[in-house]
Design a protein around this ligand. Structure first.
Ligand SMILES: Cc1ncc(C[n+]2csc(CCOP(=O)(O)OP(=O)(O)O)c2C)c(N)n1
Length: 640
């Protein structure tokens, strides 16, 4: 029996024979599960099958212990080939084949339509084409930073080579010489709309080679040839390699071969019977599986194979009223402190050519090995950073809000689905981006993440709160975004004139901090505009209007105890540098509607894309400076 790890080039003849016997049965399983589910992707599953057999059979993985720390990471990027993946995993001993066949695409079973991390052996949920190589890059970076020593394999299709993100990932891998990364591409020349050369010609070999990868070609249905290619890729420790596996879609069944029609549909009963006969298998399998389908799925969801590194935040810094400071600088300083306090921790800070603006320079200087400069490649960066975070790295990515979130929305959604632990610092959010204008106004940093089930969002009010929020986020599991503007901000002070977010203050996710009490109205303010809201309240109080201010830094999680008290106020006013329809105001309105504890709500925020100019002028124009806020609150109170 050939050893795992591709240490030798030759796959034993007995192994080759056993894999071929197994492949025939696994092809039957692919056809049975997709016919039973009346959906799924048999064609690519059959072309990728031998690749999967060799990967799961001979990479350094343990079928009995799929989450073993030192395992090689096998990432499948073309997640629609789940029937091929599940059957090959079953063939390698990860779980029972009949269970996967009977419960494929059945509600409640682990065997979902696209590969899911809950299935033992699956490292990364995929299905959105073109993202898997980025996950592989993140895994390979993590292997380097943690000293984990594993090799990362990424299986891909040929159609997804059309995606721009794949090029971003290739270049990052080449730049960092990720020689513990090997791609294997199922070159079957078929996709949904026809043959790849007609849909969109791509020279896959030239693309990898041009970016500095080694390229090896092999027969993708010859397990010995695949094994030899993977051995050769691993033996060269100077650069990452792409193995281009020449295959045939629908391989093994004559009428399916090279026909793109079988990319994405299960066979009809007649086709199924013909195909099974051709494979020498009994078509009764379908009825057997159908009767099994009424029983519960026996394969339990595996606890996701995630190691998320949580860091203690080190001693906070205190900023005083003497000097205004931007939250970006407070974040950069806190990051440098965290890194200094955790010198041996595997940390990575990802950047997309904005280090100076997003204030990660001090970290880059102190830990150049852990500063990953990705260039202008946000889609790749989002996934690479997310994937590194589930492989033992404390991963931070700082970018402008429009690039780190809006530009990479689906990638951040994929991080969410994969249970990543990315800490995303979004700078230059809101109108506060200033002179850069409309294209750079990220006005949905709350609402875009509201759509996702796991992401948490923190919008600090001043440098003290930014400092403490960043330190807290470093110790929080899951994905956390810390969103901030660009301008220097005054330190927020309480009634006594002391900094509100220093001293005894400790950041707690979901807390609402009341910095001014008021019986006539309470302003709920978030982020950049807290200072203006406080100034407005102070001005109104001087006029005899008793207006309070509560700072909401976690707009997706409102503290109910505080909200219950505030809802007793005659008027609540939300103030935010965000789309006023979808941010803090939406959270407050929703809270009031759901709890039935409603009061009047005045929403002050951004009502359209606005022009470019100084943040100060833009806020004044939008009625979001202290005078504008005071004006709106005054008229709401006096007109009532
Ligand atoms: C980003 C993205 N765009 C579109 C799709 C829809 N889609 C699913 S499979 C596929 C192409 C299939 O070709 P290939 O990936 O080569 O797989 P094969 O036909 O060989 O199984 C497309 C466009 C997707 N899953 N992801």
């Amino acid at each position: 029996m050939t050893e795992r790890g591709f240490a030798t080039p030759v796959l034993d003849a007995a192994d080759v024979e056993a894999l071929a016997v197994s492949a025939r049965r696994l092809r039957g399983a692919i056809l049975t599960m997709t016919a039973l589910a009346a959906s799924g992707h048999p064609g690519g599953s059959m072309s990728s099958l031998e690749m999967y057999q060799v990967l799961y059979g001979y990479a350094n993985v343990r079928p009995g212990d799929p989450v073993w720390d030192g395992r090689d990471r096998i990432i499948v990027s073309h997640g629609h080939t789940s029937p091929g993946v599940y059957t090959a995993l079953a063939g390698a001993g990860f779980f029972d084949l009949e269970d996967a066949v009977a419960h494929f695409r059945q509600a409640g079973s682990v065997f979902e339509g696209h590969v899911e991390r809950s299935v033992p052996g699956v490292e990364w949920s995929s299905g959105n084409l073109g993202q898997g190589l980025s996950a592989g890059v993140g895994s390979a970076i993590a292997a380097r930073l943690t000293g984990g020593g594993w090799h990362t394999y990424v299986a891909m299709s040929d159609a997804e080579q059309m995606k721009g993100q794949v090029g971003e990932a290739r270049r990052l891998a080449a730049k960092y010489r990720l020689c513990d990364l090997t791609v294997i591409v199922d070159l079957n020349h078929a996709q949904i709309s026809g043959h790849t050369q007609e849909v969109m010609p791509v020279d896959v070999a030239a693309g990898f080679a041009a970016d500095g990868w080694g390229v090896i070609e092999c027969d993708g249905h010859d397990t010995a040839d695949i094994h030899a290619a993977l051995h050769a890729a691993r033996a060269d420790a100077t650069r990452p390699f792409a193995v281009l596996a020449h295959t045939t879609i629908g391989r093994g069944v004559s009428f399916m071969e090279d026909d793109p029609e079988y990319h994405g549909r299960g066979l009809t009963p007649d086709e199924y019977a013909r195909a099974m006969t051709e494979l020498g298998l009994d078509p009764v399998w379908l009825e057997r599986a159908r009767s099994e389908r009424v029983r519960p799925c026996a394969t339990a969801a595996e606890a996701p194979a995630a190691t998320i590194e949580l860091l203690p935040g080190a001693t906070p810094r205190t900023y005083t009223r003497a000097k205004d400071t931007d939250n970006r600088s407070a974040w950069g300083a806190a990051l440098a402190d965290i890194a200094a306090a955790n010198p041996d921790a595997p940390i990575a800070v990802f950047d997309c050519d904005l280090m100076t603006s997003v204030k990660t320079g001090a970290f880059a200087e102190a830990r150049p090995d852990a500063f990953i400069e990705c260039g202008v490649g946000e889609h790749n960066t989002a996934v690479a950073a997310g994937a590194s975070s589930i492989n033992g790295v404390a991963a931070f990515w700082a970018d402008f809000g429009v690039f780190g979130l809006d530009e990479a929305y689906n990638q951040q959604r994929l991080n969410d689905i994969n249970g990543a632990g990315l800490k995303l610092v979004l700078t230059h959010c809101g109108l506060d981006v200033g002179e850069d204008g409309k294209t750079h106004q990220c006005l949905d940093y709350v609402s875009a993440l509201r759509n996702m089930f796991g992401w948490r969002v923190i919008v600090p009010a001043d440098p003290n709160q930014a400092d403490r929020a960043v330190r807290a986020a470093a110790g929080m599991p899951g994905c956390v975004a810390v969103a901030m503007g660009r301008s220097k901000l005054p330190v927020v002070v309480g009634e006594t004139g002391e900094p509100a977010f220093a001293g005894d203050y400790a950041f707690r996710y979901g807390a609402i901090d009341e910095v001014r009490g008021g019986s006539a109205a309470t302003i709920l303010a978030m982020g950049t505009l807290v200072g203006a809201a406080v100034d407005a309240a102070d001005a109104l109080r001087a006029e005899g209007l008793d207006v309070g201010v509560a700072v909401v830094s976690c707009p997706l999680e409102l503290d109910s105890t505080v909200m219950e008290r505030l809802a007793g106020s005659p008027l609540l006013v939300t103030v935010e540098d965000h789309n006023l329809r979808t941010g803090l105001a939406a959270s407050v309105a929703e809270w009031m509607a759901v709890t039935g504890q409603a009061t009047h709500l005045l929403r002050l925020g951004v009502d359209s894309y606005r022009s470019s100019g100084t943040a100060r002028d833009l806020f004044a124009e939008a009625g979001l400076d202290a005078a504008g806020i005071a004006r709106s609150v005054r008229s709401a109170l006096t007109e009532r």
